[in-house]
Design a binder for this molecule. Structure first.
Ligand SMILES: NC(=O)c1ccc[n+]([C@@H]2O[C@H](COP(=O)([O-])OP(=O)(O)OC[C@H]3O[C@@H](n4cnc5c(N)ncnc54)[C@H](O)[C@@H]3O)[C@@H](O)[C@H]2O)c1
Length: 345
């Protein structure tokens, strides 16, 4: 593709996140929305008139057949993944972008990965908080060496596992230069949230051993530490790294008081503002899709292979809570992690 060509995009799931995606696509001069899809006709009609898209269909497979887009984006709840990946591959799209979490089980994720690898389809998963200026500032400080040699990365959130955990793993791993995770020890508690559409234990903790010797500490759900500086409940997340000469961490924040970043480095204490903001984070996330389609060397920072590794860390924590002991990566197929976890809890 030449760098002036326009890529066509079809989007399924016109809820909160689907609208964020479609809006950012509509505003990108290199992309053109050619189709929208939602099971709810009301949502579909509202999205079509807001975005000025003539084609709408409640059936994603039909939409893909009719519009044959370069890019398929879907933003459905976690239980709808594999059939839409299959539909995208069958329709010959170049790239599928979809929402976290990657899947609801390791078996599903493995099948999704097999399909996209065999079809040569690029994938992107929406861990887009990393575009926040405060997230990036923390990365810069860590990468500059100002906190010395990193020995620990961490992330915690009060939101529960299927909402928050792969975000935390992704950003903590970013702060550790995406070293390979080798094994995970997990523990979990509480079954109340298994009834939710983001079915999860109420609380889960994971200790991660990375190949470069760094330890990861991830916690989410009820009982994870509060982030009192941040008012907005869903944004009470703290992610960072500790090194031999200090630490640097981001507080997700935004949509209320609090947020930002802070660090103690060999130069002393420093801090700054910041808050997660979809309007700020979505345009560069979408632009990086264009950049990757233009040039295979411009791999998207939220590429699916990375997300797949983070998803394995989450599933390994579930398996560890069920089986006890260390669970080594990579993971193979197995019984449904969520079902097993619910059974033992
Ligand atoms: N990355 C982030 O920052 C972030 C933030 C919030 C939510 N999410 C994730 O985004 C996903 C969607 O969340 P949401 O809040 O937008 O949900 P939502 O309920 O607002 O929207 C989902 C939409 O998908 C539609 N849908 C369901 N199945 C469909 C199908 N087979 N074909 C077409 N449409 C279908 C529903 O009718 C609904 O309109 C979830 O996986 C969630 O975890 C990510």
């Amino acid at each position: 593709m030449t760098k002036s060509s326009i890529y066509t995009v079809a989007v399924a799931g016109m809820g909160k996140r689907g609208m964020h995606h479609a809006d950012a696509v509509a505003k990108n001069p290199r992309l053109r929305l050619v189709g929208l899809c939602d099971l709810s006709e009301e949502r579909l009609d509202a999205a079509r008139s807001k975005l000025g898209v003539s084609y709408g269909n409640p059936d994603a497979t039909q939409m893909l057949e009719d519009t044959r887009p370069d890019v398929f984006i879907f933003c459905t709840l976690p239980h709808v993944r594999l059939p839409l990946i299959e539909a995208g591959c069958r329709a010959g799209v170049q790239l599928v972008a979809y929402e976290k979490p990657v899947a609801t089980s390791m078996n599903e994720a493995l099948e999704m990965q097999r399909l996209v690898r065999e079809a040569g389809v690029k994938t992107v998963v929406s861990h887009q908080h990393r575009y926040g200026a405060h997230y990036r500032r923390v990365k810069e400080i860590i990468a500059s060496g100002a906190i010395g040699r990193v020995h620990t990365v961490y992330g915690h959130a009060t939101g529960w596992m299927m909402h928050m955990m792969t975000h935390l793993v992704d950003y903590a791993s970013w702060y550790n230069d995406y070293a390979e995770p080798e094994w995970v020890v997990g523990q979990a508690a509480g079954v109340g949230k298994f009834a939710d559409v983001h079915a999860s234990p109420d609380y889960i903790a994971a200790l991660v051993q990375y190949a470069n010797g760094v330890r990861g500490v991830i916690e989410c759900g009820e009982g994870a530490p509060d982030v009192p500086e941040v008012e907005a409940w869903w944004r009470k997340c703290r992610i960072g790294a500790q090194g031999t000469e200090g630490f640097a961490e981001v507080l997700t924040g935004g949509g209320g008081a609090g947020g930002g970043w802070r660090a103690v480095t060999r130069d002393g204490f420093m801090s700054g503002p910041g808050g997660m903001d979809y309007d700020h984070d979505m345009p560069p996330y979408i632009q990086d899709i264009v950049n990757w389609l233009d040039d295979p060397a411009n791999v998207h920072p939220c590429n699916g292979e990375r997300a797949f590794t983070g998803f394995q860390v989450m599933m390994a924590a579930c398996r560890s809570a069920v089986q006890r002991g260390k669970v080594s990566l990579p993971l193979g197929p197995g019984p449904s992690e969520l079902e097993e976890l619910k059974r033992v809890l």
